[in-house]
Structure formats: C-alpha cells, structure tokens
Design a protein around this ligand. Structure first.
Ligand SMILES: *Cc1c(COP(=O)(O)O)cnc(C)c1O
Length: 440
C-alpha cells in the first residue's frame, strides 16, 4: 500500500484541463471517442501520460488504479514486457507492407486454436469493422436483408447497429443517430435482451427475411448483464431452425471470459464470431470469422467484398500474437482473474449493504458493473432504473481517491492480471468512502 498516493490533497488536473480546452477547439467535443468525455458524470476528461501494470499516470502526475484497461484490451495490465518486446522486435522490419506476412498466418492459426468455432478468419482494424463486415457476409451468404440485434447491445458505430432501443421488433427500427437513413434502419430489428418470447415473435413475424442475429453473449455495453440460464442455447436453436446466421460479438468477451471467450464459457457454437480489443494487445485490430462455408463468401474467395490497406498490419499482429500466446499458455490466469474480480464484486456488494444501499453488482469473470439500483439488472430497461446522478457523484469521489472507473453507469469495468489482493483492499477502502460521500 506504500506506493499508493491518494491524490485527495493537492489534487490538480490543471494540465488536463488546459489540454481539454485546447482539444475542444480542434476535435469535436475534445475527444476522439465519445465515451472518453465525462459528460455522463460531470467534470473534464483526464489526459493520460503513461501506464504500467494496474496503474495509470496522468499529465499532472496523478496516479490511478485502472478499471478501464483501455476498455478491455489490457488484460495483462499496461505495458506487459512480452507484448512490448514483440512490438520492439517487429518495428525494425518496417511498419507496413500491404502484402502478406508470416505473422498473419500464425495469428489466424492461433485464433482458430483458441476459438474452435472459427474455421476461417479475416483480420481487420477495429471491432466496428469486424461487425460491419460480419453482417455483410451473413447477408451475402443467406441472400436476406434484415438483421436482428438486442436493445442495449453495442456493436460499434456501423449504421445498421445505431438503431433506437425500445422500438420493438415488430415495428420498424428508427435511427438512433442523425445520419443513419430510414432505409438502413428498416433492416434492423431490435428486441429486449434475455426475453425469449419477444425474440420468437420477431423471428416468426419476419420468417425468411432475417440474415443474422447478432449479440454480445455476455453484454458489457449496458453495464455488465449476463445471459439467463438457457437463453444462449435457445438462441442457438432458433437460429438453426430459421436458417439465421448466429453471430457472437465477442469484441469485449473474446479471450477475456475464457481463452475461447463466452462461447467456451457457455458451451455454445455460433456460426460467426467478431473479435477486437484483447486481440490486438492495445493495437488497432479486429477480426471476424466462423464456419468455412460462410467465410468462403469473402473476397477474393467469394463475392462479398471487404478489404483493408492496413489489415493484418505487422506491428499489430506482433502485439496480438504476443498477448494471445501468453493467454493461451497460461490458462490458470483465468481462474485467478475470476477469483480476484469476485472479491471485488462481493466486497462492493457488502459495502453497499452496510450503507443501506441495496445496489446490484453484476459480475462474470473479470468483468463487473455496480448498478445504482436495487432491481436485478437483466436488460436495458432494468439497467435504466439506475440513479445516474448518484453514480456521477460516486465516480468523481473515486477519481479523487485515485480509482479510475468508466465515466458512465452503463459500462462494464475490466480487471487485469496486474490486480493484486493489496490493490483490491485499496479499491474497497476508496469504494466505502466514495459510496458514503455520494450519498452523504
Ligand atoms: C468495443 C466494441 C465494439 C466496437 O469495437 P471498436 O474497436 O471500438 O470499433 C463492438 N462490439 C462490442 C461488443 C464492443 O464492446
């Protein structure tokens, strides 16, 4: 605990604030991805300087215990030696060729070993590219137009996925974002997560029209929400029955909930899988893959076009192979991640109870969320019963104690292998004080 500098006294964000003021003149909202702005919690974003292991250091020299871990990729903590060394070795040989390399073959072999439902795989540069490409392939393969997604699931910023929750599967989707056309929205059906009757109704009403059903098998993007018992097997059966391509979007859960992701944890074989985040070890990488008969529709093997100047980039694959190989060779780390995250979740639950706050803490493996509501959270509607004002106060209180949480209620938190029991104790101390302060 000696290395823990509580930044409560003399806590200054002067350099961050100055950078944010400059950034706002040049970058929309001052950030290159909206989740980084602190709009949901108040205050200004913290600009980071460096990180090692479980700790972040900002541009003002404050240190934070990190529960974002770059929104998932840093499962081994920040700047792990195995990944840094692989990148350092790779950069000597040029940063890009635009021609095939050995590492792309090795990366494909590694992904297939770890995620056996993937028979062929294509590398891209982000999770968004992976999901956009996957539904194009599913449409090309089935000759159908519609896709079905679940309210509160996030699949990147592709037009088809930015469709308002709550519109119901039987009515037409309406765009969530200006710039998404009504035409595109019409082809996206949405139903509530963990609700089989709603799904069955939507599929029956659209028989022969749905190309793909895409979901986060464990949802991280409305806060952490687990699939109910029997839900994923039922989805698998429905997709088989209706000839629909089942796509597991494991951009967040892949290589995190198990070496083979949520599909390994729950024993379900999807037709296609999308990957991102951990797969690049912190570099911009995504991937989509699945059944060979589906993937062979992708150009140049087939007619569904998808391409990328920097796809399979030699530095990105060096980082990805290093991180994935480490995970593959250390299966025991998943048990340890689970143990330590369970301690965090149980400890948080207990603190809330002591303070008379009956909050819901959801956890699966190394992902968790503290929902500021006493209702069980199983879908978007129940997640939205959370007291986001109180969450904002809690977030700021934690930040001032050197705990860096996601700056929004509806996000999952991520634990890395750099988390130790001593650090959990620090977190729990800060949690107790901050919960008190937020409800004072
Ligand atoms: C982060 C995320 C994406 C988008 O990935 P980007 O790399 O941000 O484009 C897609 N799906 C899920 C489940 C994600 O968590």
């Amino acid at each position: 605990m000696s290395n823990y500098a509580l930044p409560t006294t003399n806590y200054s964000l002067a350099t961050s604030d100055a950078l944010f003021t400059r950034a706002k003149h040049h970058i929309p909202g001052g950030v290159n991805s909206p989740v980084r702005a602190f709009r949901a919690v108040g205050g200004h974003p913290v600009f980071m300087q460096s990180a090692k292991g479980a700790w972040l250091t900002d541009v003002d020299g404050n240190r934070y215990l990190d529960f974002i871990n770059s929104w998932g990729p840093m499962i081994l903590g920040h700047a792990p030696e195995v990944v840094l060394q692989a990148v350092q070795a790779a950069i000597q040989n040029s940063l890009s060729f635009g021609a095939p390399t050995q590492r792309e073959v090795e990366m494909a072999e590694l992904i297939k070993q770890m995620v056996p439902s993937i028979e062929k795989v294509r590398l891209v540069n982000s999770g968004t590219e992976a999901t956009m490409s996957a539904i194009r392939v599913a449409r090309g393969y089935t000759g159908r137009s519609k896709i079905l997604k679940f309210e509160g699931c996030y699949h990147g910023h592709g037009d088809s996925f930015l469709i308002a929750a709550g519109s119901g599967a039987l009515t037409l989707g309406t765009p969530d974002s200006p710039g998404v056309t009504a035409g595109v929205a019409q082809d996206t059906l949405t139903v509530p997560y963990n609700n089989l009757p709603a799904l069955e109704q939507a599929l029956a009403a659209n028989e022969g029209q749905v190309a793909a059903l895409i979901l986060e098998p464990v949802v991280g993007n409305m806060g952490l929400v687990a699939p109910q018992e029997g839900y994923l097997p039922a989805l698998r059966d429905l997709c088989t029955r209706y000839g629909i391509v089942l796509i597991f979007d494991e951009v967040m859960t892949g290589f995190r909930l198990a070496r083979g992701g949520a599909q390994e944890l729950y024993g379900i074989r999807p037709d296609m899988t999308t990957l991102g985040k951990i797969i690049g070890g912190g570099m911009p990488v995504g991937a989509y893959g699945g059944r060979q008969d589906i993937m062979d529709n992708v150009a140049p093997a087939g007619k569904v076009y998808q391409a990328g100047t920097l796809s399979g980039n030699p530095i990105a694959t060096a980082a990805g192979i290093a991180q994935l190989t480490y995970l593959q060779q250390h299966p025991e780390l998943y048990d340890e991640l689970n143990r330590i995250t369970t301690r965090i979740a149980d400890g948080t639950r207990q603190i809330c109870q002591e303070l008379g706050l009956n909050y819901t803490v959801n956890q699966v493996g190394s992902m968790f969320s503290v929902f500021f509501t006493s209702q069980p959270v199983t879908d978007l509607e129940s997640a939205k019963t959370s007291d986001t004002e109180a969450f904002g106060r809690y977030f700021r209180a934690m930040l001032h104690r050197g705990i860096y949480l996601a700056p929004a209620q509806y996000e999952a938190l991520f634990v890395s292998t750099a988390m130790t029991d001593d650090l959990v104790d620090l977190y729990l101390t800060a949690c107790r004080e901050s919960m008190r302060e937020a409800h004072g």
